[in-house]
Design a protein around this ligand. Structure first.
Ligand code: SF4
Length: 211
């Protein structure tokens, strides 16, 4: 996962960056964070990628994250991608070194502003995931979180068992049906997950439960 801690590699020379990879990345990333205190982190999560920092499967989230604790910022970022913070080795190591906290339950989260509805979309490279989704005026945060969760399920070789179709978006407000709804707007469906937006980690749990 490339977010606050891993991006500290930008503060070291190229030769050291190569050495980081030879040393297995996670431990050097955590150790660097322990000697290079970060006081404020701004994360560009406008359009990340499902799998790879250099792109290929872009997913809009239309978010900027700002926080003081880089481990907590990364932990929240992990949840937006469908990961539990403890799954990311350098987060576990950094937390054990006292760099910050992975405790999302203690997160004091404040949301400022929202992108308009209908921004959620999937690139053609993700058509196999989008085929399972029925979106109506979906926010990018909701649709993007759903794509991340489905990708994590695909990595577990469980996507074929995922329920569907999955309804998401403001266009489903007040609509009821015998299907699956993702997000508070689609709460009229028999099986639904509340949240506005629900995190990818929560969506993944919901999909696993109904797979
Ligand atoms: S639940 Fe929230 S984030 Fe999701 S589509 Fe509705 S308003 Fe947007």
């Amino acid at each position: 996962m490339t977010c606050a801690l891993k991006n500290l590699k930008g503060c070291i020379p190229d030769q050291e960056k190569r050495r980081f990879h030879a040393l297995g990345l996670h431990r050097p990333i955590a150790l660097l964070a322990s000697v290079l205190p970060t006081h404020l982190t701004l994360v560009d999560a406008l359009c990340g990628d499902l799998d790879f920092e250099e792109g290929g499967t872009p997913v809009r989230l239309d978010r900027l994250l700002l926080g003081g604790d880089p481990v907590l910022v990364d932990s929240y970022g992990a949840s937006l991608m469908g990961f539990a913070p403890a799954q990311i080795e350098h987060l576990r190591l950094a937390a054990s070194l006292g760099v910050g906290s992975m405790d999302l339950a203690a997160l004091d989260l404040r949301e400022i502003g929202r992108p308009p509805a209908g921004m959620g979309s999937a690139p053609s490279s993700l058509a196999r995931l989008a085929a399972r989704v029925e979106a109506r005026a979906a926010c990018s945060a909701c649709y993007g979180g759903l794509l991340h969760a489905m990708r994590r399920l695909e990595e577990e070789a469980a996507l074929d068992r995922a329920p569907g179709p999955l309804h998401v978006g403001q266009g489903f407000q007040g609509v009821s049906g015998d299907g699956y709804g993702i997000g508070t707007c689609a709460r009229g469906f028999l099986r639904h997950l509340d949240g506005c937006p629900p995190s990818a980690a929560c969506i993944l749990e919901f999909l696993r439960k109904h797979a």
